[in-house]
Design a protein around this ligand. Structure first.
Ligand SMILES: [Zn+2]
Length: 278
């Protein structure tokens, strides 16, 4: 999955530090990211050494490191003009651009969106300051503290013998098969979310809800939590047509799922069909 960058190790402990010449710099602008390309076509981030020298240090914010490589975020309204680098859609991070760059890129984009959405205090409208001890923004005036937003959401593979409930979203660019999914609501356990989402989207009941794996998904500030659950009762589907364009019970023979090594949904569909071969 996206976070599997082994043998490299991701360290997300917060540090209050300045970039050094080999630090990699994320420069986002709205839904774009500044990337260069090697002669062989590999995407790369600018290092601090090639960044314009007139940028003040307080525009750089430490994000995390992978092994010895430190990653920083450039935060400013101004775009960066660098020879051989250009702003491209962040959708490129969904493509095959190398495992590490894909993971750190999506994770950096998660933090970028959080910083960009939190310039001012929501309680008193004062400008927020950057804390130096932890990844937190605070208000000098009223003491409000704002931490990065992570929204928990479930994905569930509802199984019925050798069949699994697969869906397609309505009105979205993503046209491939998906599983039932949705955000956790206030006051729910994740298992409650599973039961509610399956009922809302497909009109069926589930039992024996078992945890599979989780996955950070920074595009939408999510933590995705994957479950399998068994159908409980009648298998007749009542589809939520606002959310879905398709919902049905499918077997391995109905679809060709290739393991993409990136998404939790894909891995869960793939794993189910591996266990349910003839
Ligand atoms: Zn305030």
């Amino acid at each position: 999955m996206i976070q599997d960058i082994s043998p490299s190790i991701f360290y997300n402990e917060f540090k209050d530090k300045e970039p050094s010449k080999n630090s990699r710099i994320f420069c986002f602008h709205k839904r774009k990211i500044l990337l260069g390309q090697t002669d062989r076509g590999e995407r790369l981030l600018p290092t601090f050494a090639v960044m314009p020298k007139d940028i003040i240090k307080s525009n750089y914010h430490y994000l995390f490191c992978v092994d010895e490589t430190e990653y920083f975020l450039y935060l400013n309204e101004e775009t960066i003009d660098l020879p051989s680098f250009q702003y491209e859609s962040v959708q490129i991070l969904r493509e095959n651009i190398g495992k590490e760059l894909q993971f750190v890129g999506i994770t950096a984009y998660h933090l970028y969106q959080w910083y960009e959405n939190n310039h001012f205090c929501g309680r008193c409208a004062n400008e927020l300051s950057f804390d130096s001890k932890e990844r937190m923004l605070y208000c000098d005036k009223c003491g409000n503290m704002i931490y990065p937003k992570i929204a928990p959401a479930i994905i569930v593979g509802v199984t019925n013998g050798n069949k699994i409930l697969m869906t397609k979203y309505a009105g979205r660019a993503y046209k491939k098969y998906a599983l039932i999914a949705g955000f956790s609501e206030i006051g729910e356990t994740l298992e409650d979310t599973v039961r509610r989402e399956v009922m809302e989207e497909a009109g069926v009941k589930v039992k024996n809800i078992t945890y599979y794996k989780s996955q950070p998904w920074g595009f939408d500030s999510n933590l995705l939590v994957g479950y399998y659950a068994e159908l409980d009762g009648p298998d007749e589907i009542t589809m939520d047509t606002e959310e879905l364009s398709y919902a049905g019970w499918l077997t391995k023979d109905d679809v060709d799922i290739v393991c993409d090594g990136v998404s939790l949904t894909n891995e869960m569909m793939y794993q189910f069909f591996q266990r349910n071969t003839d």
